[in-house]
Each structure stands twice: as C-alpha cells, then as structure tokens.
Design a protein around this ligand. Structure first.
Ligand SMILES: *Cc1c(COP(=O)(O)O)cnc(C)c1O
Length: 414
C-alpha cells in the first residue's frame, strides 16, 4: 500500500461516513441541550461541587447531581455514587435490592454480560450469588434473527417473577444491541402480564440516542461512571436511576436498611461527576465518530465489522472480525502503541479467569479499565473479533486506527 493509496482509502472512508457523522452530531446537540437544561432546572451552583466526609449526610451536591441524573434518564430519582465500584456493582445492587426469597428474575435479552452471569450464578459458584440465595433466573434465548422472544418471555412469567431484565448493549455477545425504541415496545407488551419491575442494564448506551430507559417505561436502570456518563473524567462510580420505590430498595442494598440513600460521603468527587456529565454527550459523540471511522476504514481494507458503518447504533461497541489471529493481535498492539498512557507496553494474548480462550487487551487509559477511552480487546478464537470502543476524541481514534491498518499491511506484505 503506497502512501498515496492509504491516503485515498482514508479519504474514501471519511467521505462515506459524512452523513452518519451529521446524525451523530445532531444527537449530541440534542443531548447537550437536555443536559444543560437539567443543570439549569436543578440550579446547579458552585457550592454543589463541594463534597461531604464521614457519614455524608445532608450532601446537597450529591442530592442535586442525583436529581439531574434522574431527569436525564427519565426517572423520579437516582443514586450516583463513588461507592458503586463499577457497572456490575450498580446492576447487582439494583437486582439484589429488588429480589426477595423465592423470587424469579427473567433475562429477556438473552445471555447477560459475563460479570452478570457470575452475579446470577449462571456461571461459577461465587459466595452470595443469586442461586446461593435460592433466587431463580430464567434466561430467554434470542430468536435466530437476534430479536427478543417476547412470547417466550410471556410464557416464562409466573406470580414469582419480580424482575424482567433487558441489556441494551450487545456487550461482547454476537447479537445486535437493542435500541431504546425496541426496549420501549418490549416493556409495553409485557406490562399487562406482570407486576414485575422492568430493569435495563444501560452500560455503554448513555447519550447514544436522545432517550434513555426511563423514557422507555423501564422502572429502574443502572450503569458505570467510567463509561459514557462520566465523560472520561470520572475516576470511579456507578449510577442507578428509577422510581422512588425501586431505587429505595437498591439504596438499602448498597448501604444498609435505614441508611439507604441518605448516607455516603462524596469526598472530592462531585466536581468531576458534574463536569463529566456535562461533557458526556460530546465525548460519546467523539467515540461514535471514531467507531464509524473504524467500521468504514476496516471495511475498506477487507475486514467485516458489526455494526457496519451504515447501521443504526445504540451503544459504543464496535466489533471487527479479523478472521486471522495474527491480524487481531497486530491491530490491538498498534492501538496500544497509539495510546497516551503505557504506549510502550506491548499487550500479549493471555489466559483470563472466566474465559475459555486467551484474551488480548489494549488499554492505554488514564483511568484504569475506562472503556470510554479508546480500548481494543477480545478473546482469540474464530472469527477473531476485537471489540474496539471509546475514544475521548475522534482525532485520537482516527490516528490509532490508521496506524493499525498501516501496520497490518506491513505484516501481510512481509
Ligand atoms: C461494561 C458493562 C457492564 C458492567 O461492567 P463493569 O466493568 O463492571 O463496569 C455490564 N453490562 C454491559 C453490557 C457492559 O457493557
């Protein structure tokens, strides 16, 4: 590939995605307006950026931040806490909070994300998982076209069904992600058959569309602050938004019955939580532009991508199918080399707990494990799919992906 040629291919990829970029920009603008309005409506003031210590009672900055989150996600109330250590923890707090002995949970969107399988006891035997407490889980497989099997969900509902769960993002599964509209339809179809809480795992989905799970009729949802809503600034935390009643149960579980949402010091975290949320629509936009470019460029040079650059998106995940072990390794290593942090570390395929195959992970991030920053990873097995996600700015994703494609070409020529 002569230098001029790669230049042409890049231009072609960028020209192709131009209409999609405009769509992403329009969504970001709407979301920025929503965020700004929520800040203004809730009178966010400089003293709200200060945190509390100790028990963390009467934390007005935390209360206002939670009111802003609730509004943005279409819900009555929220928990937005540094004490939620990850997305998995936020989801687990919500689900354990809602369930009582003998209750059943139905996963309507097929196999849940790996870490949730562990929480629910679908894999492994970790102490305190759902199955150890006698809580029943029914996973309803997706139909062959990747859509939810709502007839089967209806058939699985009993008097004991307490929660019906939906996962918006494909995560690392080989299935499409579920747009907010599809979740809204599923919720309204299932409502007449059950009084169960409708829960959404919203990880990676925040601000990709202009509506969120609360607008889709879900009772409660949860996610991570080191993904989309932290805007790349928040160093730790998670959120849960929902109805007063549903969130109160999660708060009892997160803290303790009697403490609920009243306690929990915010220390010096509020400033970055507010600022990160303010930036989130923009950062999500940058990531999405990066994902569109990644899909278009890799398709130009002959790889399969899911979603492809033309398809609608509801999350940040970009899968690239390399169909070749060495190509996937080379791509991930070059993404790492183009990172702002740990650029001179070379990621190698290695065994990981919970995975049957070796995994490679490129993550030169400022915040450990923050997948709103550019990362590329995946298990090394056919079709050799790397999951490329995040990027604080389009220019960085573009530079890294171009470098990786150039590197791939060198390798195949040698
Ligand atoms: C990231 C993610 C989670 C939670 O992961 P953490 O690493 O614990 O934050 C859950 N579900 C989905 C779909 C995710 O993408």
């Amino acid at each position: 590939m002569a230098e001029r040629q790669i230049g042409d291919i890049i231009k072609q990829a960028e020209a192709k995605i131009r209409p999609r970029i405009s769509e992403v920009e329009a969504t970001a603008e709407q979301n920025q307006a929503r965020v700004l309005e929520a800040f203004r409506q809730n009178h966010v003031s400089s003293f709200h950026l200060q945190g509390t210590t100790g028990y963390g009672y009467d934390d007005s900055g935390r209360d206002v931040l939670e009111a802003v989150y609730a509004e943005l996600f279409g819900h009555a109330t929220a928990l937005v806490r540094p004490q939620l250590i990850s997305g998995t923890h936020a989801i687990a707090a919500a689900l354990f909070g809602l369930m009582r002995p003998g209750d059943e949970l139905i996963y309507a969107s097929g196999t849940p994300y790996d870490t949730l399988q562990t929480v629910l006891g679908l894999t492994g035997d970790e102490p305190g998982n759902f199955s150890s407490l006698g809580l029943k889980v029914k996973v309803i497989p997706l139909k062959s076209d990747g859509s939810m099997d709502l007839e089967a969900v209806k058939g699985a509902i009993t008097k004991k069904t307490k929660v019906i769960a939906f996962q918006r993002s494909r995560g690392y599964e080989d299935r499409p992600s579920f747009p907010i509209q599809e979740i809204a339809e599923a919720v309204s179809i299932l409502r007449p058959y059950t009084s169960a809480y409708m829960f959404v795992d919203n990880c990676y989905g925040e601000f990709v569309e202009t509506k969120e799970p609360g607008h889709a009729g879900a009772d409660i949802c949860a996610g991570s602050l080191i993904k989309n809503p932290g805007g790349g600034l928040v160093r730790t935390g998670g959120y849960i938004t929902g109805s007063e009643e549903a969130v109160a149960q999660a708060a009892s579980r997160l803290a303790a019955p009697g403490i609920g949402s009243e306690g929990g010091a915010t220390l010096n975290m509020l400033q970055e939580m507010y600022q990160g949320l303010f930036l989130a629509p923009h950062v999500v936009q940058e990531s999405l532009k990066g994902a569109l470019f990644t899909a278009a460029l890799l398709e130009e040079v002959g790889f399969d991508t899911t979603p492809n650059w033309q398809e609608a998106r509801t999350d940040l995940i970009q899968a690239v199918h390399f169909h070749n072990r060495q190509a996937m390794i080379t791509f991930c290593q070059e993404v790492q080399r183009q990172s702002p942090v740990d650029a001179n570390v070379t990621p190698e395929p290695s065994a990981m707990p919970g995975y049957e195959d070796e995994v490679i992970m490129a993550a030169g991030t400022f915040i450990q494990g923050a997948s709103i920053e550019l990362t590329a990873d995946g298990p090394l097995r056919p079709p050799y799919t790397a999951f490329v996600q995040g990027g604080l700015m389009y220019a960085h994703v573009k530079l890294a992906v171009i470098a990786a494609v150039e590197k791939l070409h060198q390798i195949t020529k040698e």
